[in-house]
Design a protein around this ligand. Structure first.
Ligand SMILES: N[C@@H](CCC(=O)N[C@@H](CS)C(=O)NCC(=O)O)C(=O)O
Length: 207
């Protein structure tokens, strides 16, 4: 039995945030496949036993059950002493970007990818709306990364791991990602961190 158990599935960028943190910090962890596309997280059992919010990821550690990728990242940063803030200013900056990520950068992109790429709804008013919102969030992050190598200063922090949840996903959402040159350069910096792995390599895709 590993120290950490992460309930996840490969297509989940929110789970990837936690999986990559566990991997980069060298934790003893195991993924447990969640059959998201067949409704596992919608069942009452999941909600009663793992997450009343009906979401992935869920991290189990030392008798605790943790949800929300942001809090999982913070929990792991505190326990491992890696990729967390070094002072109060950094802490505020990290949370400022993680909140932006949860509200906009990850959220609109993930919804667009889910509808357009995974459910293959075709182009609709909803996908057009989500693409516009995701693109606007990408512009904000790209402009920020023009000024700094990582989201908060010179080194990788949990803010980067949060924002990087979906940026390595291979599906084509119709957003021209190559146009965001600073995000592209930042992705390469993250990939250069020892131990980096692609989401589809870190987490299981089938039961
Ligand atoms: N803010 C949450 C978002 C988690 C989330 O939306 N997870 C997706 C899978 S990637 C999910 O379980 N969605 C189920 C739903 O919204 O019904 C986090 O960062 O952990």
């Amino acid at each position: 039995m590993a120290d950490y158990t992460l309930h996840c599935f490969a297509e989940s960028g929110n789970a990837y945030k936690a999986a990559l943190m566990l991997e980069l910090t060298g934790q003893d962890w195991q993924p447990v496949f969640v059959d998201f596309f067949n409704g596992q997280t919608r069942g009452q059992g999941w909600r009663n036993e793992l997450n009343e919010q009906g979401e992935v990821p869920v991290l189990e550690h030392a008798g605790q059950t943790l949800t929300q990728s942001a809090l999982i990242l913070e929990y792991l940063a505190e326990r491992t002493g890696q990729f967390g803030p070094r002072d109060e200013n950094e802490k505020r900056e990290i949370w400022r970007w993680i909140l932006f990520d949860n509200h906009k950068f990850t959220s609109y992109y993930a919804m667009l990818r889910f509808l357009f790429c995974l459910k293959q709804t075709g182009e609709t008013d909803v996908t057009r709306f989500l693409r516009d919102r995701a693109t606007a969030a990408y512009r904000v992050v790209d402009a920020h990364l023009a000024k700094t190598p990582f989201m908060v200063g010179e080194r990788l922090t949990i803010a980067d791991l949060s924002l990087a949840g979906y940026v390595f996903m291979p599906e084509d959402t119709g957003i021209d990602l190559a146009a965001f040159s600073h995000i592209e350069a930042w992705k390469k910096r993250i990939q250069a961190v020892p131990g980096w792995k692609h989401p589809y390599e870190l987490m299981p895709r089938t039961a």
